[in-house]
Ligand binder design. Sequence first.
Ligand SMILES: Cc1cc2nc3c(=O)[nH]c(=O)nc-3n(C[C@H](O)[C@H](O)[C@H](O)COP(=O)(O)OP(=O)(O)OC[C@H]3O[C@@H](n4cnc5c(N)ncnc54)[C@H](O)[C@@H]3O)c2cc1C
Length: 403
Amino acid sequence: MAGLNVLISGVGIAGPATAFFLAKAGANVTVVERAPEPRTGGQNVDVRGHGLTVIRRMGLEETVRSKTTHEKGLKFVDAQNVSRAEFPIDDGQGFTSDIEIMRGDLGLILYEATRDNVRYLFGESVKSISEKSEKVEVDFENGSPTMSFDVIVAADGWASTTRRLAFDPKTTHDCLNDLGQWAAWFRIPHKESDSDWARWYNAPGKRMILLRPDNAHVTRASLWAMPSDDHMDSVARKGIAEQKAHWKQLFHDAGWEAKRVVGVMEQANDFYMQKIAQVNLPHWSSGRTVLIGDAGYCPSPITGMGTTAALVGAYILAGELAQKPKDIFKAFQMYEDRMKPFIKTAQKLAPGAPSMANPQTQWGIQILHWFLGFIAWSGILKWMGPSFNPPATGIELPDYTFA
Ligand SMILES: Cc1cc2nc3c(=O)[nH]c(=O)nc-3n(C[C@H](O)[C@H](O)[C@H](O)COP(=O)(O)OP(=O)(O)OC[C@H]3O[C@@H](n4cnc5c(N)ncnc54)[C@H](O)[C@@H]3O)c2cc1C
C-alpha cells in the first residue's frame, strides 16, 4: 500500500493503533489531535480477549504488561467501608480484566511505537472535508495547509467531529444511545485505605463512587450519576472549574469517602467528564472517510470493551486496506462485515444496566448488596461461563501481513 495517503483524526487508542498497522504496511500516515500533546487523562481501561491478541501482534505485550495496575479485583463497599461483595481478578474476564492499564499509559505506548513512522500534528483538527473524484481535500482549524488524502480515519471519540463533517446528518443525528448516566474521572492522592482492590460505593440518588489503584501509587477516582433531567449537557459545555463545582455539589453529602474525594477534586489537573452513551450507526464509512473506535461503535465505559473494540477495529481496518489498497471502498466494506458481529456482542449490556447497579434508595442499595453478595458467595459467575463482562465474540482475527 506504499503511497496511500491517510489522515487519522484523534490520538486516543484507536488513532495510534490504526497508524501503527498502516505505517507498517507502507502508507503515509498523518495524525491530527486537538489537544496540544498526547492526553494522559482517564482511568483504568481493560484490554480483553482479541484486544490482547492485537497487542501481541504489535509486539507490545511486554511493554503493556509492564504498565498494568495489578488491581486484585473489585469490592462493593457500604458507607462504613465494609465489603459486601468481592470479585477477585480470577480468570481476568470479570470486572477486573487480565490487562488493566491506565488509558494514558496505553495511549503513550501506542504513540511512542508509531511516532518515528507517522507524522503527528498536535493542537490541530479537521475543519472541512471535500470529496474530489480520486482524493479528499481537507482544511484544518489551526493553520496547517490544505492537504489531500486517499483515506480519512475518524478516531476522534464518541462525539467525533470528523463524523459530523463527513456523514449525512440524517444518518448521524440519532446515533447516540444515551444510557442516562454521566461520569467524571480524575486522580486523587493515595491513602492507606486505598488498597490494590477497586472499591465501588453506591450512594442513594443513583450516585456511585469508584476508587481504583494505578501503577504509580495514585488513586483513580470516578464519580457516576444518573440525573433525571438533561442539565448535565449544559454542565459539560462549561469550563472545568464549573464542571467540578457541579460534581462537588452533587456528591458532597454522598457519605463514605465522598468528602475526601470531592475535597481534592479541585486540584485534579486531569479532570474529565463524559456522558455514558453508545454509538450505533448503520454504516461506518461515508465516501473516503471511515470511522474507528468510539467514533464508530462506542460500547461505553460500562461494558469495559471500548479499548478492545478500538484495537481490534484498528487491526481489521488496516489489514483490509493493506490487502486492497487500490479498492478502499471494498476494504471499508470488509472491515464492517468482519467487525459488526463482534461489536454487537461488545455493546451488550448486563441486564438492567446501568440502572440496576445504581439504586435510587438505601433500601435498593441493600438489595443490590444482598444480590451481589449471593453471586460472589455462590461462585455462580464461574459456572455461567465468562462473567458479567463477557469478552466479545463473533470474530476470528485474520492473519494479515503488513510488511
Ligand atoms: C481523556 C479521556 C479519558 C478517558 N477515560 C476513560 C476511562 O477512564 N475509562 C474508560 O473506560 N474509558 C475512558 N475513555 C474512553 C476510552 O479511551 C475509549 O472508550 C477507548 O479507548 C476507545 O478509544 P478511541 O481512541 O476510539 O477514543 P478516545 O480515547 O476518546 O480518543 C479520541 C481522541 O480524539 C481526540 N479528539 C476529539 N475530537 C477531536 C477533533 N475534533 N480533532 C482532533 N482530535 C480530536 C481526543 O482528544 C482524544 O485524544 C477516555 C477517553 C478520553 C478522551
